[in-house]
Design a protein around this ligand. Structure first.
Ligand code: CMP
Length: 362
């Protein structure tokens, strides 16, 4: 027979809790025995429980999508826990966990886990540190799998994996940190917060030129560098009350501008669609019936003036043009007579938001 509290005292993140804390958690734990070779959680599945190992052993593995080859990431034994990552991040299971011998577990459901975190927030500090270490290990080990099809590695060559794939991976894994890209003597950096591209740097280039340039690199190296989790980072995205339904279409050739604006407006409750040229914009306008269009003045297949004429043939949708002082002086005189048309003084997100909100309030 085991003494529950004795087992829990061995679990690192419980050690900081007093007797009250442990008692509070004990009441919420469910006991479950497992045979050897049972799959307790499977990579990619949603996760709603975490597990504390009382006795026995499990292996943490990732499998390549291509040939299902299994890669051992870690083995865990009595006093270790697993399954916490999905609960903390809301992401699918990062690995599969399989018993290697008959084992006994305590199971904690997400609803109870959330209550515990709220009551004993110090737990997130020790869990966060371990989670970020685990994430690094997992990425590192998956990177060393020659046939790994799960994820781009922490380090890799752009000739084997194009930057666009690496960035998609960072997005889908909610990366906090950066991707460093080198080619010849040049080094660029793409900064991420919770899987959102925040900033792109390459020499003196503007952000969109920098991203476009690096996306076209066919050789060179990349390194994904996750940043350790900070206490002030909440795993939950900020909750926004859905506001009155507003659909926006962003027409811009730059992926960076698209992403920055899309993120800002989505966080304000807008429904946002982004396209990169005039032809796609017209199709999208017809199918989505937007409340407003945010449009660049230069597009690969047309310019702002021609596109506005085509938009007016469809309807009187307000259009905000992304301009700066000089392009505004050029476009405003010729376009402002064509219905509801607005201009920004820069492409700064705050400025665009201000002009859009102002246009929609009229
Ligand atoms: P989760 O992603 O919810 O489900 C799989 C679990 O495997 C994960 O949480 C972690 O608890 C555990 N895990 C993933 N990577 C590692 C690692 N490198 N070392 C130890 N455990 C890990």
């Amino acid at each position: 027979m085991f003494q529950i509290t004795e087992v829990l005292k061995k679990v690192p993140f419980f050690q900081t809790l007093g007797r009250d804390g442990i008692d509070f958690i004990v009441e919420r734990l469910k006991f479950k025995p497992y045979d050897a070779n049972e799959v307790i959680c499977k990579i990619g599945d949603p996760g709603d429980k975490m597990y504390i190992i009382i006795s026995g052993q499990v292996k943490v593995v990732v499998t390549s999508e291509k040939d299902q080859e299994e890669k051992l990431i870690a083995t865990l034994g009595a006093g270790d826990y697993f399954g916490e990552m999905s609960l903390l991040t809301g992401e699918p299971r990062s690995a599969s966990v399989i018993t290697t011998e008959p084992s006994e577990m305590f199971i904690l459901h997400k609803s109870d886990f959330d209550v515990i975190i709220e009551r004993f927030p110090s737990i997130t500090l020790s869990m966060g540190k371990i989670m970020s270490q685990r994430l690094r290990d997992t990425l590192q080990k998956a990177a060393n799998t020659p046939t790994s099809g799960i994820a781009p590695s922490v380090k890799g060559s752009l000739s084997e994996r194009r930057l666009v794939e690496v960035l998609k991976f960072c997005e889908s894994n909610s990366l906090n940190g950066k991707v460093v890209v080198t080619r010849g003597g040049e080094t660029g950096e793409c900064y991420y917060e919770k899987g959102e591209l925040q900033k792109v740097i390459l020499g003196n280039l503007s952000e969109d030129q920098a991203l476009d340039t690096m996306l076209n690199w066919e050789d060179g190296e990349f390194i994904i560098e996750p940043r350790p989790i900070r206490m002030d980072e909440s795993s939950a995205p900020p909750k926004q009350e859905p506001r009155e339904e507003r659909r926006l279409i962003i027409v811009n050739n730059s992926m960076v501008v698209q992403k920055m604006l899309q993120r800002a407006f989505e966080s304000m409750g807008y429904e946002v669609y982004a396209v990169d040229n005039g032809a796609k914009a017209l199709k999208m306008i017809q199918s989505m019936d937007p409340h407003l269009i945010i449009c660049d003045t230069k597009l690969p297949d047309t310019n702002g003036s021609e596109l506005l004429n085509s938009i007016r043939a469809i309807g009187q949708i307000p259009v905000v043009f992304l301009t700066d002082a000089s392009s505004r002086a050029q476009y405003e005189p010729q376009l402002s007579a064509k219905g509801e048309v607005y201009f920004t003084n820069s492409q700064e997100v705050g400025e665009v938001v201000k002009v859009v909100e102002n246009a929609l309030s009229k």
